[in-house]
Design a protein around this ligand. Structure first.
Ligand code: G3H
Ligand code: 13P
Ligand code: ZN
Length: 327
């Protein structure tokens, strides 16, 4: 099967009350871990590439690795693995164009830090080029806190999406999906300790997402796919392994999975996960290194790291997104 856009995936996800996982990819082991999980769970998949990932691995390597994953699924399991390749947080028309020309089937143009009018103008420009080339576009309204590539948005500069703006934004830009800000943020430190309470074990419990904003947006855009960025849950078992094996990640905290499941039942059709993959990989490698100080063959520590990513992604597909069996 060739690469697909997210159009059919989102329509089925909206109607079926589940979401598609959009996982960030940077190297072969990450791509293999994610795609093997999706293959075994028969789940549709979005693999997303940030501009940092393109700089790290190069566009052509990532595209060829993704093509290899599709071929492998076909050869080893006779399974047509539906994959949409998406640019994550495109910030210029030129970057989006380069990804469209290079074979991506979906791009995000993130004009969320611009004025409403400038965001519309830039997004419209990308939509026109993308649609002419059979590619779909994700826009964003509202600003998430956290770090993407070199852009750092401080918590005080983040802002929730204003529901009263969404209809005008979607109709004037022609976007195919919309990322909104309802309290998620990028990275492994989504809330300060002061914003949270602590449970009996001393683990931070974050404030709930703003489902009232999500509900208002969905009412104003019936049937329209909504995207959640910053949706890692920062599994505490990984944080513990990292901290016990030479790491230092005090008070890392994410979005509770039950809230993501709730969002996926409604209008949220795409849920972005990157930090949890990084934590799975890092926890595994740190533990392996600590337990095998004499090993130096990268395959020895990358193998369990890849397996840990696969197990994590299976859990997300089945227990959080609900998209297993939907391919
Ligand atoms: O939204 C941010 C993603 O986690 C990508 O991160 O820009 O460091 O590749 P990156
Ligand atoms: P996390 O940092 O929560 O994994 O978010 C990833 C993301 O939104 C990529 O666009
Ligand atoms: Zn993001």
């Amino acid at each position: 099967m060739a690469l697909v856009t997210s159009t059919q995936m989102f329509k089925k996800a909206y109607d079926g009350g589940y979401a598609i996982g959009a996982f960030n990819v940077n190297n072969m082991e990450i791509i293999q871990g994610i795609t093997e999980a999706a293959m075994e769970e028969k789940a549709p998949l979005i693999l997303q590439v940030s501009s940092g990932a393109r700089k790290y691995a190069k566009h052509v390597y990532l595209m060829k690795l993704i093509e290899a994953a599709i071929a492998d699924a076909e050869q080893s399991a006779g399974f047509d693995l539906p994959i949409c390749v998406h640019l994550d947080h495109g910030d210029t028309f030129e970057l989006c164009k380069s990804c469209i020309d290079g074979g991506f089937t979906s791009v995000m143009i993130d004009g969320s830090s611009k004025s409403f009018e400038d965001n519309i103008k830039l997004t419209r420009q990308v939509v026109e080029y993308a649609h002419d080339h059979g590619v779909v576009v994700e826009g964003e309204l509202g600003t998430l806190a956290g770090v993407e590539d070199d852009v750092k948005v401080a918590a005080e500069d983040s802002s929730y999406t204003r529901p009263e703006e969404v209809e005008e934004f979607v109709s004037r830009t022609g976007v195919d999906s919309l990322a909104i800000a309802i309290g998620t943020s990028h990275g492994a430190y989504k809330f300060t300790a002061a914003q949270c309470t602590r449970n009996a074990d001393g683990i931070l419990v974050p404030p709930p997402l703003r489902f009232d904003i999500l509900d208002e947006v969905s009412k104003r855009l019936p049937g329209f796919p909504i995207v959640l960025h910053g949706s890692s849950s920062v599994p505490q078992e990984f944080v513990k392994i990292i901290n016990e094996n030479g790491g230092k990640m005090p008070d890392a905290v994410g979005i509770p999975e039950a809230q993501l499941r709730q969002a996926a039942r409604g209008a949220v059709c795409k849920i972005n996960i990157d930090s949890d993959l990084r934590l799975a990989m890092t926890a595994s490698i740190r533990q392996y290194m600590a337990e095998h100080p004499d090993h130096f063959d990268p395959r020895q520590y990358l193998k369990p790291a890849r397996a840990n990513i696969k197990a994590l992604v299976k859990h997300k597909l089945v227990d959080v997104l609900g998209c297993n069996g939907k391919a």
